[in-house]
Design a protein around this ligand. Structure first.
Ligand code: SAM
Ligand code: SF4
Length: 490
């Protein structure tokens, strides 16, 4: 776990700690001839990066590379990196040290850095980390086979160009490390939101939406292969907007009387939900300023769109939200939260919170705690502020809250959230939920586990069903992170 973040539920969301450093192996397509080289890839950061590593693996497999999960036997070692907080970058630097002996032991081995940290540091990476041969930003993955060749001939290879168009739309990501039941689908890239604390607009570039037909085709293909849950991924899914007519894409959401020519997010989730009532649809992340009632009504209309919204608040204080450039205030957030509760009463809401942002006072902090009381989040990802070079906040405001205060406030937020998660789960005891079986529980192979519509993990004694089956589970007890129960009907 990074030093400055806390996520106490093992759920695949913004940062899933159980997946950090995960490797990925693929089978090269049978129609592609081997080039005799193997790659090794480790992924860090958010779900978007894990989804990107699947795209990278697909591109390299198509270029004749085989994969390995032993870096010692790899010709190319790749790290797909995160830059969101300083500790994420420190972790990558430590990891690079770990690979330092490899070039002595394996002649010609190359080391490449991909993703947000590569984009942030660009050529500087090569100066700072002599070990690194390849630097590729998030929009440069199609050029990786060429970059590897270039680096193989002794030059340092860098491509950090950001694109306004690249969505890797037609690249079908490999999914061999998945549980075969749930998959992530990237629906857009980049972010236009310029929150003052955030490095993402600089590392992932301008926002662009992927063609809805390729998204629906990918979801349908997954369903036909036996997957039963897709999570649509984007930094701000509510601003998804695709049209073949570029003039219509640029229009504000309020102009969007969506017809055949414009697909907005409400329409997209409907299209994916219509693939089959047996395919669950989830998405992440929603932005309070853009989440429309239209989306909420579509969620309410389709039982297979999960009743769960991840709606990062970041702070409960309007003053701090303005400094963060979140473009909504406390009252707006409360109104959106009330809309969720009104339109989808059974929905669970989770959030992201940052403590100790520039100038945050005790009163501001109390407002964050009171927002938590008001909403009663089922789960939260909680961080203390980490200044990122180049961001608006780093340029405009002093990082003036001492670390011990940031941490003390974070602890108070965490303690309150632990309480709320337990209260939230206790309310479910006695209720019966439809659970999509994912497989054996991590703790005991006598138990199975799966999620309910609210994205809560449910554990129950094994019954004779395959992963991917829906079962009705009556909840009999809980902890803050898990519901426990027994199957009452298949
Ligand atoms: N796009 C999403 C949104 O706006 O809510 C989330 C993007 S970011 C990958 C995930 C979370 O990291 C943010 O919601 C925020 O809480 C946290 N984060 C981003 N920059 C941070 C920083 N400089 N210091 C601490 N936490 C940060
Ligand atoms: Fe970062 Fe804000 Fe974009 Fe989220 S919406 S990725 S926090 S700039």
């Amino acid at each position: 776990m990074y030093k400055n973040e806390v996520a106490f539920e093992l759920q695949p969301k913004v940062i899933d700690e159980t997946r950090q450093g995960e490797t990925l192996t693929i089978e090269r397509p049978k129609t592609v001839k081997s080039n005799g080289k193997k790659f090794y890839i480790e992924s860090y950061g958010c779900q978007m990066n894990f989804a990107d590593s699947e795209v990278v693996a697909s591109i390299l497999g198509g270029a004749g590379f085989d994969s390995t999960n032993e870096f010692e036997e790899a010709d190319v070692i790749l790290l797909n990196t995160c830059a969101i907080r300083e500790n994420a970058e420190t972790r990558i630097r430590h990891r690079l040290q770990h690979f330092s002996g490899i070039k002595r032991r394996r002649k010609g081995a190359l080391i490449g850095v991909l993703g947000c940290m590569a984009e942030r540091l660009k050529e500087k990476f090569l100066e700072q980390e002599k070990l690194v041969d390849i630097v590729a930003g998030p929009d440069a993955y199609r050029s990786l086979p060429g970059l590897i060749e270039e680096a193989g001939s002794g030059q340092k290879a860098v491509n950090v160009l950001l694109s306004r168009e690249e969505t890797y739309a037609e690249i079908s990501p490999v999914r061999l490390n998945s549980n075969g039941i749930s998959a992530f689908i990237s629906i857009m890239r980049g972010c236009d939101n310029m929150c003052s604390f955030c490095v993402v607009p600089f590392t992932r570039g301008r926002e662009r939406s992927r063609d809805h037909r390729s998204i629906v085709a990918e979801a349908r293909d997954l369903y036909e292969k036996g997957y039963r849950e897709v999570t649509l991924l984007g930094q701000n899914v509510d601003s998804y907007r695709f049209s073949e007519d570029p003039q219509l894409v640029g229009k504000k959401l309020t102009d969007a009387k969506y017809d055949e020519r414009v697909i907005n997010f409400a329409k997209l989730i409907e299209l994916v939900a219509l693939i089959s009532p047996d395919l669950r649809v989830r998405f992440s992340t929603s932005h309070p300023k853009d989440m429309t009632d239209d989306v909420l009504h579509t969620m309410a209309k389709y039982p297979n769109i999960c009743k769960y919204v991840h709606l990062p608040v970041q702070s409960g204080s309007s003053r701090v939200l303005e400094l963060m450039n979140r473009t909504y205030d406390r009252a707006w957030y409360i109104e959106r939260m009330e809309a969720i509760k009104r339109i989808i009463p059974e929905a669970a809401i989770s959030t992201d919170i940052i403590t100790g942002f520039c100038t945050e006072t005790e009163e501001d902090h109390q407002e964050t705690l009171s927002m938590m009381e008001l909403v009663g989040y089922s789960m939260a990802y909680m961080f203390f502020y980490s200044e990122r070079p180049g961001t608006l906040a780093a340029k405009k405001y002093a990082d003036d809250i001492p670390e011990e205060i940031k941490k003390r406030r974070l602890q108070e937020v965490v303690d309150l959230q632990l309480k709320h998660s337990l209260v939230h789960n206790k309310r479910d005891v006695g209720k019966t939920f439809e659970v999509l079986v994912e497989g054996p529980s991590h703790r005991s192979d006598k138990d199975l586990c799966g999620r309910n519509t609210q994205n809560k993990m449910v554990v129950f004694p094994k019954v004779d069903v395959k992963p991917g089956t829906y079962v009705q589970v009556k909840v009999t007890s809980c902890t803050g992170g898990t519901l426990k129960g027994e199957v009452v009907a298949p």
